[in-house]
Design a protein around this ligand. Structure first.
Ligand code: GBH
Length: 480
C-alpha cells in the first residue's frame, strides 16, 4: 500500500449534528388551503406587492405543502441528521385565538413529522418564523403584551400535539430582526420594511415588539419546563442572528459605534435571557435619550422583578444564525426619536470582501469563529446550536461559491469547538431549497436544491453542493 496516511481533510467533532433548514412561508405555498388563516405576510404581500425586489410572494413558493414525500425523500438521500422547519402559526390557529384550532393544519404537520421520523431524520421545529396571524396584528401584533399569552397558548398546543415526536424546539426566529425591520423603521439606508411593515420611526414599536418576543420565548420555555419536559425530554431555545462587527475606520467614534451595535443587535437579546435584564449601558442610552426628549417614561420598556426571574436562564440552548460581518460606522443621520438614532451607527459591507450573491452577504468565515468566541467570552459556557449558515450563490447548479462557503465555515466552526472550547450541538445549512427570500424575492438562491419556479410542478434539482454535503455527512470529513 502506497498511501497509508490519514484521509486529507478535517474531521467533524463527534456528536455534531448536521442538518438543513427552511421556514413555512418561504417554501410551503397554499396560504389559504385546509383552513389556514391569514398571516401578516399574506396581508403585506397582498397590500404592498412591490415591497420586495421582484414583486413576488409566497403564494406557491416551492409548493412544499403538497410535497412532503418528495421533500423528505431528498432529505433522506442527503443523509441529514435533522431537518429544521417552521410551523405556520395561522395554519394551527387561523385567527390566533386558541379556542379555534384548525385540525387540518395540525394533521399536516403530523404527517410531515411522521414522514421525517420514518426516514430517521429528527424534526427541529420553529414555532414562529415571522408569520403571526393577521388578526393578532389587528391588536398591535407583538407591540401588545396580550399577544404573549396568545403565543404561549399556541406553543402549548404544539407541545401537546407534537411533543412526543419533536425533541428540539425553536420559539422565535431572529426577534431582533423582525422588531427592527418589521416594526421599527429599519436601517434607513436600505429603507426596506419586512412584514408586518409597521415602519414606525418613533422608537416605540421596535422596543415593544422585541420586549414581548423575549417574554413570549421565556414563558414558553417555563411552560415546557413545568408541564412537558419531564415526559417529553426535549430542548427549547430561541434563535438569534449574530454577525461580526468591526469599526469602519480606526477612530474612537467608530469603535464606540461597534460597542453600541453589539449592544443593540446582540446583547439586547442575549443579556435578558442570561442575566434577566437588558444590559445597563443599553438601558442608559435609551433612558437618557428618552429623558432628553422630555419624557418621564423611557421608550424602552422594563421588566418586572418576576419577569427578571422568568427570563434568567430560560433556555436549553441558544440558536445562532450566522451569515456575515459588517463594518460599523458612527452615524446620527436618523429621525428623532427612533431606535436607529439611539443606536447611532450604520453597518456597511466591506467593499473589498468577496460578495458573489446578495449585497448584504460577504463571505466572512473567520468571523464565524470570532462571533462564537465573543459570545463565549462574554456569556460563558453556553450550549449553542447553529440554526442557520449558508449563502446565496447565483451561479445555478454549479454552485462552487456555496461549496467553499460551507467548507470554510465548517472549518471555522470546528476550530471554535476544538480550539476555543465552544459547545455547539449542531450545524444547520440554510437552506434546503431555493425559496422565497423575503426582500430578494426569488432572485436570491440559498438552496442546496434548485427549484424551477417557472415550472408549475416546481421540480427540484440537486446542485453540486449536494454531493459535497452528502460526502461530508457520510465521511464526517471536510475535504480540502
Ligand atoms: C435569515 O436572516 C432568515 O432567518 C431566513 O429566513 C432567510 O432565508 C435568510 O436570512 C437568508 O436571507 O434586504 O438589504 O435590507 C438573516 C438576516 C436580515 C439578512 C435582513 C438580510 C436584509 C438586508 N437577514 N437582511 S436588505
Amino acid at each position: 500500500k502506497e498511501n497509508i496516511s490519514e484521509p486529507m481533510g478535517i474531521k467533524l467533532p463527534d456528536g455534531l449534528l448536521i442538518g438543513v433548514g427552511s421556514s413555512a412561508y418561504q417554501i410551503e405555498g397554499a396560504p389559504f388551503e385546509d383552513g389556514k388563516g391569514e398571516s401578516v405576510i399574506d396581508r403585506y404581500c397582498k397590500e404592498q406587492p412591490d415591497w420586495n425586489e421582484d414583486s413576488s410572494n409566497g403564494t406557491v413558493a416551492c409548493d412544499s405543502y403538497h410535497k412532503i414525500k418528495e421533500d423528505v425523500a431528498l432529505l433522506k438521500d442527503l443523509g441529514v441528521n435533522f431537518y429544521r422547519f417552521s410551523i405556520s402559526w395561522p395554519r394551527i390557529i387561523p385567527t390566533g385565538d386558541p379556542i379555534d384550532i384548525n385540525q387540518e393544519g395540525i394533521d399536516h404537520y403530523h404527517k410531515l413529522i411522521d414522514t421525517l421520523l420514518d426516514a430517521k431524520i429528527q424534526p427541529m421545529v420553529t414555532m414562529y418564523h415571522w408569520d403571526i396571524p393577521q388578526d393578532l396584528q389587528l391588536l398591535g401584533g407583538w407591540t401588545n403584551k396580550v399577544v404573549v399569552d396568545f403565543f404561549v397558548e399556541y406553543a402549548r398546543i404544539l407541545f401537546k400535539e407534537y411533543g412526543n415526536k419533536v425533541k428540539r424546539w425553536v420559539t422565535v426566529n431572529e426577534p431582533q430582526l423582525i422588531s427592527q425591520y418589521g416594526y421599527g423603521g429599519g436601517p434607513q439606508r436600505t429603507n426596506i420594511s419586512f412584514p408586518p411593515g409597521i415602519n414606525q420611526w418613533l422608537g416605540f414599536a421596535d422596543y415593544l415588539s422585541q420586549h414581548h418576543m423575549l417574554l413570549a420565548h421565556a414563558h414558553t420555555y417555563r411552560l415546557y419546563e413545568k408541564e412537558f419536559k419531564k415526559a417529553q425530554r426535549g430542548l427549547v431555545g430561541p434563535v438569534f442572528q449574530i454577525f461580526w462587527m468591526k469599526p469602519y475606520s480606526d477612530t474612537e467614534k467608530d469603535r464606540e459605534a461597534v460597542r453600541r451595535a453589539r449592544l443593540f443587535e446582540i446583547d439586547s437579546m442575549m443579556h435578558p435571557l442570561i442575566k434577566g435584564d437588558y444590559p445597563t449601558e443599553y438601558k442608559r442610552i435609551i433612558d437618557t435619550r428618552s429623558k432628553n426628549e422630555g419624557r418621564r417614561i423611557s421608550r424602552l420598556p422594563s421588566f418586572t422583578e418576576e419577569e427578571v426571574e422568568l427570563l434568567k436562564g430560560s433556555f436549553d440552548y441558544i440558536g445562532i444564525n450566522y451569515y456575515t460581518a459588517y463594518d460599523v460606522k458612527y452615524s446620527e443621520n436618523f429621525p428623532t426619536p427612533s431606535q436607529m438614532k439611539d443606536y447611532a451607527a450604520e453597518k456597511y459591507v466591506n467593499p473589498k470582501a468577496f460578495t458573489p450573491g446578495v449585497k448584504w452577504l460577504s463571505h466572512q468565515p473567520k468571523h464565524f469563529r470570532s462571533s462564537l468566541k465573543y459570545l463565549r467570552d462574554i456569556y460563558g459556557d453556553l450550549r449553542f446550536f447553529i440554526t442557520e449558515n449558508g449563502c446565496d450563490d447565483p451561479s445555478g447548479l454549479n454552485d462552487k461559491d456555496r461549496i467553499n462557503y460551507l467548507k470554510d465555515h465548517l472549518k471555522q466552526l470546528i476550530l471554535a469547538i476544538n480550539e476555543d472550547g465552544c459547545d455547539i450541538g449542531g450545524y444547520t445549512i440554510w437552506s434546503f431549497l431555493d425559496s422565497y427570500e423575503w426582500a430578494s424575492g426569488y432572485k436570491a438562491k440559498f438552496g442546496l436544491y434548485n427549484v424551477d419556479f417557472n415550472d408549475r410542478k416546481k421540480p427540484r434539482t440537486p446542485k453540486k453542493s449536494v454531493e459535497v454535503v452528502k460526502e461530508i455527512i457520510k465521511t464526517r470529513i471536510i475535504p480540502d
